[in-house]
Design a protein around this ligand. Structure first.
Ligand code: XMP
Length: 325
């Protein structure tokens, strides 16, 4: 039987009971696979890696070593949540790597989006490999591979994003407990494992993070303004109880004139981006309530230093992609 093929008779995990049965089965399977060995896991705080971490903690406790790399491009509060949930609440063996300066120094002056992506991806692997080299006796690598990753890599749509890119000399055996699950099933399992809703129902977030939303050459002050504006957009849309597929802020590298306290200001605009989509190939812009847009605008202008204008992006995909870079 092909271990990468979902059995035709596998029931879709839609209830806590089905999730619990899956968890019990995988806990046994992981214990059988790794014995008293150690497993290393890159924990970004995304849904898939978080669910795998929680599952592996349940199976093997502190034999799991999680590495969380803060590349400085996380959203507001994200690294803190990873530490709070996994280190404080779940007693995980967590290595937190503050690589903020490393990434931001490398990205200084880099304007081209694809170059930024490349730098962020390469550096991430480098940091992770360095951390792995510091740890002794680790034979296994945990990964948040899910079934669409397998299907898409088989179809040649994209390189298997989880396996691709790790240095060859990291000779690990993979532990991929959710590789036959679809995203909705991973969320049900995560909820059953006790992860907070904010983690389980997190909207998609690009690997390069805020790096591709702080347009052009990233500067620390503009990145900070973006992080704050983005937090306000997310907070207000969450508070309004809307279910929108992706909603975030962008801060471009241009300035506009404003007036603040009677004095001329020359500051950045923040752009609000909201999209609904099924597969991210096409996307529609939801009609946000005017009062909500005004509230978000007022808060950003009032609370975020460096921002003097707020715009709403009305472009569907195509022609506009979801991200600006
Ligand atoms: P676009 O901008 O191409 O985005 O319409 C489609 C979906 O993909 C996400 N996205 C990325 N995800 N690395 C990722 O992991 C990336 O470099 C990247 N670029 C775009 C985007 O957020 C949207 O969900």
């Amino acid at each position: 039987m092909d271990p990468n093929k979902r059995p035709d008779d596998m029931v879709r995990i839609t209830t806590p009971e089905l999730a619990q049965a899956f968890i019990d089965e995988q806990v046994e399977a992981v214990r059988a696979q790794v014995g008293d060995g150690k497993v290393l896991l890159a924990l970004s705080g995304g849904v898939d890696s978080s669910v795998v971490a929680a599952l592996l903690i349940k199976a093997i406790g502190r034999q799991l070593v999680c590495v969380h790399v803060n590349h400085g491009l996380m959203r507001k509060g994200e690294s803190e949540q990873v530490i709070d949930v996994f280190q404080n609440q779940m007693d995980a063996n967590l290595v937190y790597v503050d690589a903020v300066d490393r990434f931001l120094d490398l990205l200084a002056g880099v304007v081209e989006p694809e170059t930024k992506r490349h730098i962020i991806g390469e550096e991430f692997i480098k940091v992770f490999a360095e951390e792995a080299a510091k740890l002794e006796g680790i034979r296994f690598l945990g990964q948040g591979t899910i079934y669409p990753d397998i299907l898409e890599s088989e179809a040649g749509v994209k390189a298997h994003h989880n396996v691709g890119g790790l240095p060859e000399d990291l000779d690990f055996e993979l532990v991929e407990p959710v590789k036959l699950l679809f995203k909705d099933e991973v969320r049900v399992v995560g909820k059953q494992l006790g992860l907070p809703d904010g983690m389980v129902y997190r909207q998609p977030f690009p690997g390069p993070g805020l790096g591709v939303r702080c347009l052009g050459a990233i500067t620390r002050d503009r990145l900070e303004a973006l992080r704050e504006a983005d937090a306000i957009v997310r907070e207000e849309i969450d508070a309004a109880g809307l279910s929108i597929w992706q909603y975030f802020a962008i801060v471009p590298d241009v300035r506009a004139t404003g007036v603040r306290d009677g004095v001329r200001a020359f500051e950045w605009p923040a752009i609000i981006r909201c999209v609904n989509t099924v597969d991210a190939m096409t996307a529609e812009v939801p009609e946000l309530d005017w009062a909500l847009l005004k509230k978000i605008t007022a808060r950003i202008l009032d609370e975020v230093p460096g921002i003097c204008r707020v715009c709403y992006d009305l472009s569907p995909k195509p022609i506009g992609t979801i991200e600006w870079e």
